[in-house]
Write a protein that binds this ligand. Structure first.
Ligand SMILES: Nc1ncnc2c1ncn2[C@@H]1O[C@H](COP(=O)(O)OP(=O)(O)OP(=O)(O)O)[C@@H](O)[C@H]1O
Ligand SMILES: [Mg+2]
Length: 274
C-alpha cells in the first residue's frame, strides 16, 4: 500500500512512528504538508495529521482530495475530523454523554474559556472573576469560544484514552507539573503521565463518543470527577508519544493495522460496486 501522511511536522514523534510502522509492514509512506500537496491517484490511504496552524486551509484541501478521489479511504474522514476538532460542534453532537456544563449566557465563576479550534492547551483559559473574563475576551477577538464549567476537583489532572477502531488500546492519567498553578494537564505544557486502566463504564463512554463522531481512531480526554466521567474533547489527530513511552504499547502499530483493514474493506466495496 501507498500511504499519504499529511503532516507539517514530519519530524514529530507521532509522524515518525507512523512511518516506521508503515515501513515495518512493507508499505510505502509518503509524508507531505497538508497544504499544496499533490493530488495523485497512486495513494491507497490518507492519514491527516492536522494541527491548529492554518487548520482551515488544510481542511479545505483535504475535502477537495476526498471529493476528487472518493474511493481512497481517509483515516478520519474530513467530516468526522472537523466535527471532532471543533470543540463546540463535537460537544453538541455528543449531547447526552456526561460533560461539564456549557454556558450560553452569563457563566458561573470560575469558568473555563476555550478556543474551539485550538489544541495542546494553548487556547484554554481559567477566569475567576468578571474582570478576568473581560480581560481574557479582549485578548481573543474573532475566536469561536466555548464557556465551560470548571471542574474544581480535577484541576491539573485528566485522562487521555486512545481508541483505534472499536477498541480502547491504551490510556494514561495526566498531571500538570503544579496543579495549584496550572489547571491544564497537557503533556505539551509540562504535565506528566501515568498508565491507567479504564473501568468498563469508562470504556463504553469513550467508545460511544468516538463512534458518534464517526472517527476511525482518536484521543479522548475526560475528567474523573465526583459526578463520574465527564467528557472534555475528542482529538482526531492525537499525539501518542506520552502514551507509548509511558505504557510501552505500540500505538502507531495499532493505527496502521486498523488502516489495513479499512483499505481491504474499501477494496471490497469497489469490487462489489463495479
Ligand atoms: N472544564 C474543565 N474543568 C477542569 N479542567 C479542565 C476543563 N477543561 C479543560 N481542563 C484541563 O485543561 C486541559 C486542556 O483542555 P482541553 O483538552 O479541552 O484542550 P486542548 O487544548 O484541546 O487539549 P488537546 O491538546 O488535548 O487538544 C485538559 O487536559 C484538562 O486538564
Ligand atoms: Mg485536550
Amino acid at each position: 500500500m501507498n500511504y499519504l501522511i499529511l503532516s507539517r511536522l514530519n519530524e514529530s514523534y507521532s509522524t515518525r512512528r507512523l512511518v516506521q510502522e508503515i515501513q515495518a509492514r512493507n508499505h510505502h509512506p509518503l509524508v507531505e504538508s497538508p497544504e499544496g500537496f499533490t493530488l495523485h491517484t497512486m495513494v491507497d490511504l490518507v492519514i491527516p495529521r492536522l494541527g491548529s496552524f492554518r487548520y482551515h486551509e488544510s481542511m479545505k484541501e483535504l475535502r477537495a482530495f476526498s471529493e476528487k478521489f472518493p474511493q481512497i479511504p481517509i483515516l478520519n474522514s474530513p467530516k468526522a475530523f472537523h466535527q471532532a476538532r471543533h470543540k463546540k460542534m463535537a460537544l453538541e453532537i455528543l449531547k447526552g454523554l456526561p460533560q461539564p456544563k456549557i454556558y450560553r449566557t452569563a457563566p458561573d465563576f470560575p469558568v473555563v474559556i476555550k478556543d474551539c479550534l485550538a489544541s495542546q492547551g494553548q487556547g484554554v483559559f481559567l477566569c475567576h472573576t468578571q474582570a478576568e473574563l473581560e480581560l481574557c475576551l479582549s485578548k481573543l477577538p474573532d475566536r469561536n469560544l466555548l464557556f465551560q464549567e470548571f471542574i474544581q476537583e480535577c484541576s491539573g489532572h485528566d485522562v487521555r484514552a486512545f481508541v483505534v477502531g472499536a477498541k480502547v488500546v491504551g490510556a494514561i492519567e495526566r498531571f500538570s507539573a503544579d496543579p495549584k498553578q496550572e489547571f491544564r494537564s497537557n503533556l505539551s505544557l509540562g504535565g506528566h503521565a501515568r498508565n491507567t486502566q479504564l473501568t468498563d463504564q469508562e470504556k463504553q463512554f469513550v467508545l460511544s463518543a468516538v463512534q458518534r463522531l464517526e472517527l476511525d481512531y482518536a484521543g479522548v480526554d475526560f475528567l474523573r470527577s465526583k459526578r463520574g466521567a465527564l467528557l472534555l474533547e475528542v482529538n482526531p489527530s492525537p499525539g501518542f508519544e506520552g502514551l507509548e513511552k509511558c505504557t510501552g504499547l505500540n500505538i502507531a502499530g495499532e493505527i496502521i493495522s486498523h488502516s489495513e483493514v479499512l483499505f481491504q474493506n474499501s477494496q471490497k466495496n469497489i469490487f462489489f460496486e463495479s
